[in-house]
Structures are given as structure tokens and as C-alpha cells.
Write a protein that binds this ligand. Structure first.
Ligand code: VG1
Ligand code: CO
Length: 543
């Protein structure tokens, strides 16, 4: 079959962000745009002739087209086999699972995660290495450098390959193997958790509600929660994956998962509620009339890990991203295990896990995971919670209160200012950075600034340095304000303000995080001149 070498011009804007290249679908639809980036990946990863690649995505608009392009390019670039999820579908955690299980060279995941989909929405692509995790900073930099100098790409000139039935077909010298997107992941989950205990919990009338948000996790949830664990059909909602997620924003938080939130805060609310995002790697956990912050969730999973068969021997260590609250640090201290602080994005956890330093990790942005794969994992977190609930047989809120009573509470909130002009957002950041020396030692009411800095991280595995990962203002009592610019947005800039205060005496204080953090929110405004500089009175999203 003829391989065509296409002469092309490089694009200047293919810099991968927090997790891969994310752009508007219309940007990806430019001639050669997708092909260039795929060739930049292939040129940077030095795959041996005949290597195996895993390929799949969250099923959003443009997924099917991109799958065909990548298959034809993989064949023209010397790959021997591509394992593709049926229909081009693989959740991010399932892709990570398949890459590891079959010891493949790596994989390409098509997703813009929690960003909206559809012709006017977003698309994304990223390369994961043989450990199943997002490519390291070094590889990502190489891909970006290559994308800026690329002058040609190779593609097979053939018709489309069938991807809707399980089995093998041939593309040039390459085998296309269509796999069941759910089976390997399901088997892994079964090996980690106490399925009989969870099944018994559900059989005893414990009611759950899982919202797949019309995204990729629908079929996974049907198989695991409904078919294997026996949850009644009405425990699941929005389970049919749609190319535009039903017009919604597949981001499991209190703002965008409002259907579920209404149910969980309504009359006759179920005992447990959860949602996951576009590509299935995020999770939101709710109890009856109760929201568990992701930072607390991570801490709680760590504190209770030994009830889960896979973690019954304890944890090697834990890790959290810098903006994530220090709740898990307190658990690590009590368990006498190490706790690592990394920049935002999952790629940094993978190296710690490969080195055996960390078993559990998480981020404030509704991401939790463990060393079973090298991505965060939405359904895994749901099963972890159900396993704990099956063991403790207490309401979600009670479990969280008991945790706070033991460890104290890291009251936490994130305020996002979306769609700001780039120069305004950067102006806020440099204004704060310019005032570091003036801020140190300054007192604002009961809060005194201990120090401020720009977070920088040296990866213990490859010694790569990631600088300017967010501005931290740390107070003498351990409270923190963090300012950071998002690396996943596709329109203007998103400024994230992370607020955290430690409360040792939870029983006597308000549950309402916004109230409890009111003073810190004021200080954040004052330090950043946010209102004046952005003209915004309120954040776009509060989580
Ligand atoms: C956001 C989150 C970050 C997460 C990333 C990818 O990044 O804050 O914690 O790792 O999304 O998540 P940023 O740069 O916009 O803050 V997902 O579910 O897109 O893979
Ligand atoms: Co995601």
C-alpha cells in the first residue's frame, strides 16, 4: 500500500499543556494540524520498528476521524500493531491499564477531558509512555520542539479501517486489533476491590447514584456498578456517551454536575453519589446532602486504604499536587509514610510510582489514583469509596466528620476566573510575583505571611526542573493562598486561586468553606488586585 509523504508547514502553537495538546475542534480541523502533531509525537518517541501502540479516546466529536488518521500514520511510521478500543473508545484510565497490561510501547489518548465537546467544543491528544502515564516533561518538550520544525509527515493512502467490531485487520504492514474497551479495566478493578462486600452493601438497600455525564464512563459504570455489583438500573444516569456530552460540560463538580447535585441534596436523596468527567479520570464524591472535597477524599482514602484488598499491606507513600490541600500530609504523618508535593498534572506522579515511592496520589481538581495504573481514575475512586462504605457501614458525612475529628480539617476552596484576556491574567501573576519581598512578614488580621515563592520541582527520576508552577503565599499558621494559570484551557486564560486554612476544632465551626475562608478570600483579593485588574466581581466557578 502506498505511503505518502506530505510536505507541510510547522504550526507554532502546538505546545502541550497540563495534559497534552488541547485546542478547539476548529483548530484541529485546519489542514495538516492533527497530522503534524502526530508526526511530531512519532518523531520524538523513538519507537522501535514493529512496536505496539494503544489508541482510543473519550468519543467526543472528531474522535473517529482522528483515530483513522492516526492508524494510517502509525502504519506509515513503522508500527507493527495498534490496539484500538472498539468504536475508538477508551477511557483515560482504561488506556493506561491496557498500555501496562500488554506491555506496549505506549499509547495515544484522544480527549479534552472535562472541556466541552462538539463541533464548537474542544479536542485533545496526548502521548502516554510504556508505564501507562502521560509523557514526561522531557518528552513533551521534545514533541513541542519537533512540531515547530516539522516539514513533512507520512501517511498510508488507504480507505478507512473498521473499528466497530472486535478482531484484527491489516493496514499495510501493521495489524489493527480492535479490543473491548471495558474488559481489561473491569478485570483490574475486580482484582483490587472487595466486590463481594460492595455487592452485599448494595443488596442491603444502600442507594447510590452515578452520573456519567454523557461521557466515556457510561459503559464502564454499566458493566461494573450495575452488572457486576448489582446496583439497580436507576442508580446510573446519563450513561450514553454522546459526541457533545449532550451539550453539557463534562466536569464533575458542584457547578457542572448540577443534575446529580440536585438529587443528592433533594428529598429522598440516595446514600452515595458520584460523577466522572469526559475521559473518565476525574471523580466527584457526594453523600446525602454532603459534598466531599477532593483533597479530603484523597486524605480519607489514604487513612482507610487497608480495608481495600489491594492496599491491605499499607501504602509506600502518598503524593499530592502543590495546590491540593495538605489534608493528606496529616494522614501521611500519622501513618509515618512519606508525602510528596508535585506540580499540577498527573505526569509527575508516574515517576514516583515507578520508583515505588508512592501508592496513592491526588489533586484538588477531582483527581485521585493509585499505582494500579499511571493516570487518575474516576471509577476506581468510586469503588474505593464504596469499599470503605461497605466496611464501615456509616453515612458518608459521618465518615468525613470522624476523619476531621481525628486529623483536623483543611478547609479548602478553589476559585476559577475563566476566559480572561491573557495579558490581564499574566498581569495579576506578575503583580504578585513583583511583591514577594514586600509581602514577607506582613500581617493581615490574624494571618501573617511566612513566605511566598514560585513553586519549582525537580523530578527525582529524570532531574528535569519544572519552574513557575504557581505562586504560593504561605502563612505562619500553615494557611495558604496559591495563584496559578491553567494549562488546559482553550480560550483566553483561566486564573485559579486556591485557598486553604487549617481548622483543628471542626466541631465548633461552620461547615461552609466560603464562610470559613472569607478572610483569606479578602486577603487574596487585596494581594492580587484581582477585581481591579480583571473587572470581575465573582469567580466563574467555585469548587
Ligand atoms: C487541570 C487541573 C489539574 C489536572 C488537569 C488535567 O489543569 O487543575 O489538576 O491535572 O486539569 O485533568 P489546569 O492546568 O487547567 O489547572 V484532566 O481530567 O484534563 O486529564
Ligand atoms: Co479528565
Amino acid at each position: 500500500m502506498p505511503t505518502r509523504t506530505v510536505i507541510t508547514q510547522p504550526f507554532a502553537d502546538q505546545k502541550p499543556g497540563t495534559s497534552g495538546l488541547r485546542k478547539k475542534v476548529t483548530v484541529f480541523q485546519q489542514q495538516h494540524y492533527l497530522e503534524n502533531f502526530v508526526q511530531a509525537i512519532f518523531d520524538s518517541i523513538a519507537a522501535p520498528q514493529g512496536a505496539t501502540l494503544v489508541l482510543g479516546g473519550d468519543g467526543r466529536f472528531y474522535n473517529r476521524h482522528a483515530i483513522q488518521v492516526i492508524l494510517k500514520m502509525a502504519a506509515a511510521n513503522g508500527f507493527g500493531r495498534v490496539m484500538v478500543g472498539r468504536g475508538g473508545i477508551l477511557s483515560t484510565p482504561a488506556a493506561s491499564c491496557v498500555i501496562r497490561k500488554y506491555k506496549t510501547f505506549g499509547g495515544i489518548i484522544l480527549s479534552a477531558s472535562h472541556n466541552p465537546g462538539g463541533p464548537e467544543g474542544d479536542f485533545g491528544i496526548k502521548f502516554n509512555s510504556s508505564n501507562g502515564g502521560p509523557a514526561t516533561e522531557t518528552v513533551t518538550e521534545a514533541i513541542f520542539a519537533k512540531s515547530k520544525s516539522l516539514s513533512q509527515y507520512r501517511i498510508l493512502e488507504v480507505g478507512d479501517v473498521q473499528i466497530d467490531a472486535i478482531g484484527n485487520s491489516v493496514l499495510g504492514e501493521m495489524t489493527v486489533e480492535v479490543i473491548d474497551p471495558v474488559a481489561d479495566y473491569t478485570e483490574l478493578m475486580k482484582s483490587l476491590f472487595d466486590f463481594p462486600a460492595i455487592k452485599a452493601l448494595l443488596a442491603d438497600g444502600f442507594r447510590i447514584k452515578f452520573d456519567a455525564m454523557h461521557a466515556v464512563n457510561g459503559p464502564y459504570a454499566v458493566e461494573i456498578l450495575q452488572r457486576m455489583l448489582g446496583a439497580p438500573a436507576d442508580s446510573l444516569m446519563n450513561i450514553i456517551p454522546l459526541e457533545d456530552f449532550g451539550g453539557g460540560h463534562p466536569d464533575p463538580n458542584l457547578t457542572y454536575a448540577h443534575d446529580l447535585v440536585e438529587i443528592m441534596y433533594g428529598d429522598n436523596a440516595p446514600d452515595f453519589g458520584a460523577a466522572s468527567d469526559g475521559d473518565g479520570d476525574r471523580n466527584m464524591i457526594l453523600g446525602k446532602h454532603f459534598f466531599v472535597t477532593p483533597s479530603d477524599s484523597l486524605a480519607l482514602l489514604a487513612a482507610n486504604a487497608t480495608v481495600v484488598p489491594a492496599y491491605k499491606k499499607g501504602l509506600a507513600g502518598v503524593a499530592r499536587s502543590m495546590p491540593t490541600s495538605a489534608a493528606v500530609d496529616r494522614v501521611a504523618q500519622a501513618l509515618k509514610i512519606p508525602c510528596y508535593e508535585t506540580p499540577t498534572g498527573w505526569k509527575f506522579f508516574g515517576n514516583l510510582m515507578d520508583a515505588g515511592k508512592v501508592t496513592l496520589c491526588g489533586e484538588e481538581s477531582f483527581g485521585t489514583g493509585s499505582d494500579h495504573i499511571r493516570e487518575k481514575d474516576g471509577l476506581w475512586a468510586v469503588l474505593f469509596w464504596l469499599n470503605i462504605l461497605a466496611a464501615q457501614r456509616m453515612p458518608v458525612a459521618k465518615i468525613v466528620y470522624a476523619h476531621w475529628a481525628r486529623f483536623g480539617r483543611n478547609v479548602y476552596s478553589r476559585h476559577d476566573y475563566e476566559g480572561l484576556p491573557n495579558e490581564v491574567a499574566e498581569g495579576v501573576m506578575s503583580h504578585i510575583q513583583g511583591n514577594f519581598s514586600k509581602l514577607s512578614g506582613l500581617s493581615f488580621g490574624k494571618y501573617t505571611v511566612k513566605y511566598c515563592d514560585d513553586f519549582s520541582y525537580t523530578d527525582p527520576a529524570d532531574a528535569s526542573v519544572s519552574a513557575k508552577q504557581g505562586v504560593r503565599i504561605i502563612f505562619t499558621d500553615g494557611s495558604r493562598i496559591v495563584f496559578r494559570l491553567s494549562g488546559t484551557g482553550t480560550e483566553g486564560a483561566t486564573l485559579r486561586v486556591y485557598l486553604e486554612a487549617y481548622d483543628a476544632d471542626v466541631a465548633n465551626h461552620t461547615l461552609d468553606a466560603q464562610l470559613a475562608l472569607a478572610e483569606l478570600i479578602q486577603i487574596a483579593q487585596q494581594i492580587s488586585e484581582l477585581k481591579k485588574r480583571t473587572g470581575r466581581e465573582q469567580p466563574t466557578v467555585i469548587t
